[in-house]
Structures are given as structure tokens and as C-alpha cells.
Design a protein around this ligand. Sequence first.
Ligand code: UDP
Length: 238
Amino acid sequence: TTPGTKFKRVMLKISGEALMGDQGFGLHPPTVERIAQEVKSVHDLGVEICMVIGGGNIFRGLQGSAQGMERTTADYMGMLATVMNALGMQSALEGLGVFTRVISAIPMDQVCEPYIRRRAVRHLEKKRVCIFAAGTGNPYFTTDTAAALRASEMACEAIFMGKQVDGIYDSDPKQNADAKRFDRISYDDVLQKNLKVMDAAAIALARDNKMPLIVFSLDEPGGFRGILAGKGTYTTVH
Ligand code: UDP
């Protein structure tokens, strides 16, 4: 175990929208840097960190296809958006002195590394933050599924889902003052109650691989490090 936390290797999943700050689109460098600081403070504990970042701040395949684009092409555009976000996060982390590798499910050798599982494991052992980009490399999937897949492949102990709320509620806490937060909930209950945490394919993959999900707020400064130490409020899906 690592001092300050029981975790040795974790996956952090954030949506692309987490990087856009108050802007309606794209990356907001001070926001990216704030999240990078959160990652660094956990990295400083010696925890091995994998990251998956979505692409919704730039492009979502479903939106493109709703506007008449061919779905698979739109999904590839979404995957490329995640590569841009990964590079933005890499730049912010390296600015803080944290060695980082961007590892893409779609090879683009001039830009980042291709995904080779054993190589990625080696990077983690050398305490490099691995940012897995381009999702699963397949259309019709999401970056939530990519997070569940890579977390299992890398033998992470849990997936930390950094959100704008401190866990899973029975209704939207921003709309309903009486919304109740779950401390713990089963994968099956999340699916049955159709709670919007991750998409269903990702939840099922996490369930089948017994990969716990910890849903917490990335808005609290020091939140990620606190949650790893078991402090603060969050929901565990198990
Ligand atoms: N995407 C995909 N396959 C994957 C992961 C992502 O096709 O394995 C595409 C999909 O079009 C998706 C977009 O990339 O809409 C951005 O990812 P996502 O919607 O998961 O981002 P987030 O909502 O987390 O920002």
C-alpha cells in the first residue's frame, strides 16, 4: 500500500466537458491545469495513475449523426477529439513536472504512442501517468467503456469518475433539493434505476470484471487526493 491511501493503481475518468471551464466549448487551459494539479497531488503519493478523458467538449458522434453525418465517421471525429484533450492534459501535467504518456487506441505515431498493453504497464511501473486516448478505437462505444476496458487491462483497483457532483443521487441534486445520495449501490441497481453515471455497456463491463467505480466531485480542491484517502463524500458502485 501507498502511504495516505490504500490504492496503488487507479483509473481517473473525466468527461471532455470537465476541461472546458465556463466556456461552452473546447479546452480552458486554467481548468486543465487545475485538474492536472489534482492528478499531481495523487501522483505525489506514489499512486500509479491511468486517465481516460472524453471528447464531448469538442465533438460527440451522436450529435454529428443526429445532424445527418454518417455515424461511424462522426464517432471517429469524437475519438480524435479525445486525443486533443489528452494532449492538452499531457501538456499541463508535464508543466507541473509529471511525466506523462499519451497512448492512443488509434495509432498516430507522430503525435503519441500506440496502445501496447505491456508497454503501458511498464510506463505505470515507472510512475508515468498514462492517458489513454481515442477511446476504445471503435465507433459505437464511449470513453466510459474505454475507461472500464483499460482499467481492467491495466489491473487498476478502481475507476474514479470525476464529476461535478459528489456521487450518485436518486434524482438530479441540482434540480431537486431532496435528492438523496447513495453511499454504495450495486451495478445492477444503477442499470435498473437507469441512473446516469456511465453508459450501460461500461457499467456491465465494470460489473463483469468486478471493477469498483467511485463517483466523486472534481470541483472540490484536493478532492481526488481526499477521496483516495477515503475522505469526503462519494458513491461506490460495487
Ligand atoms: N467514441 C467512440 N468510441 C470510443 C470512445 C469514444 O466512437 O471508444 C466517440 C463517440 O462519438 C463519443 C466521442 O468519441 O461521442 C467522445 O467521447 P464521449 O462521448 O465518451 O466523451 P465524454 O462524454 O466523456 O466527454
